[in-house]
Design a protein around this ligand. Sequence first.
Ligand code: SF4
Length: 211
Amino acid sequence: MREDGTLFCLQPEEREKARKAVWEECRARAMACAACELSRARNSVVFGEGDRGSALMFIGEGPGADEDDQGRPFVGKAGQLLTQILSAAGIDRKDVYITNVVKCRPPNNRVPQPAEMTSCDQFLQAQIQLIRPKIIVLLGSTPTKWVLKTTEGITKLRGCWYDWKGISAMPMFHPSYLLRYPDGRIQGSPKHLTWQDIQEVKRRWDETRQH
Ligand code: SF4
């Protein structure tokens, strides 16, 4: 693979085969990774799941206890809420790709440290290069700050599109934050704002699929 992530001079089927091989190699490296402190207490490496051919990718912060147990991203209470939000907007979870900035659970669900995110970034960047999404949704403050390299808070950034290396990126509240605000009918509440945001994501996703 070239530095820009392209698999050049190959027929489409060969390219797909090569891309799959690079993906599997990357996944295998992550599964055996001990590059940071988070490897010590993990039960699972939560690499990500979903459609690797999707134009829409979601990036969260890191696995929690349920995700660490099951080896899958966003399967606990917050994950179930994310699945509901996607479904309500007409997005089937299996049609998108979902992962996190760090692939191993930070102890007590603390925020991953910069050194841990730096160590794990090789996997996230490889995933983005291989999936080649047109849209990335950044779930919460940590992935927003990490990917967009900003210090602005999520409340200010959410709901707007940002160009990140030619990809449309939208920060949204993390679903675990939304669990604190169950009533989505209140105008201006985090859940109400998220409902607006996900509908905008769906609208943009539909546009990419028409072209
Ligand atoms: S968090 Fe990432 S860098 Fe750290 S051990 Fe897990 S896979 Fe490796």
